[in-house]
Design a protein around this ligand. Sequence first.
Ligand code: PLP
Length: 356
Amino acid sequence: MKKFNFYSGPAVLPEPVLQQAAQAVRELDGLGLSLIEISHRSKEFTAIVEESVALVRALTGLGEPYRILWLQGGATMQFLQVPYNLLNRNATAAYLETGAWSRKAIKEARLFGQVHVVASSADRNFTYVPKNYTIPNDAAYFHITTNETIHGVQLHQIPDSPVPLIADMSSDIFSRPLQWNKFSLIYAGAQKNIGPSGATLVIVNEELLGRTDHPIPTMMDYRNHIKDNSLLNTPSTFAIYVCMLTLRWIQQQGGLAVMEERNRRKAQLLYAALDQSDLYRPVVDPADRSWMNVCWVLTRPELEEALVRFAAENGCVGIKGHRSVGGFRASLYNAMTEEGVRHLIDVLQHFERYHA
Ligand SMILES: *Cc1c(COP(=O)(O)O)cnc(C)c1O
């Protein structure tokens, strides 16, 4: 039996995407060759890159001077590639600290220049998004993490920034419509919401580049990847193909407005069930709760292991919280169905009644 997959990443993908990906590994579109045995410079593969770029442009409405790149190294590499390309030694970058991932981004940026943390929610264990802060006018850029995958907080308002706005969107990219041109640079590891691990989507306003006073190694310089249309060296061809299929799927489903509608509904169902229970307690302030990663704890922590086991026996996997925070987390990315969420709620309610 196919299980309901609540893992945080790599994570659930749409069933038709998995089927097409499996087929393409056998043979790509009647080509007589597997997707994973053709050159990244073949016309078949360059067409895949071109379609993926066109889909990102269609979903976001972003034209020039934005450039769409597929890179490697994950979002973790972007923690350093962003300041490498945009931050001078004597300049300051502003960061909003909302959880484990923004904290890691801050740590890397400090290797390149000054970092000004405009606000942090560390005082309450990253259970809310700080609201009142000032972004310095002279900062090189302002960095946010739109969804904190580990702590389960999400920015439901994208802040206005007087300086270039940069976002780590690894775990909520294409989960909702956004005013995309508010951002100067967006990056996302593919394995949460748009594909398998191995590819990182970067959307960058080209006008931002070329202003640093230090040399940038070839592979680190966004301009080289732009020049070579993401084919500077051998990219993760399989991952890019599956991302392209997922982007197609998003568009076929009706685009980002439909994703938002479904994601809001799924999250509301699960939070409502947790809120009205005596055993489960969501940890994040209601206004800042993530629609992607729903985090909760038990009022009776001694039942944790039993719940993990009970959920697994009943077809729900991946609900254990991140090892650094404990508790539980259900990831409800685009590809998670409402049926899956209703099934999880059922399982949680059965468990609570059994232990009442
Ligand atoms: C998973 C994740 C990362 C790290 O991604 P990698 O691809 O493993 O480097 C960074 N930021 C956020 C918000 C994430 O969810």
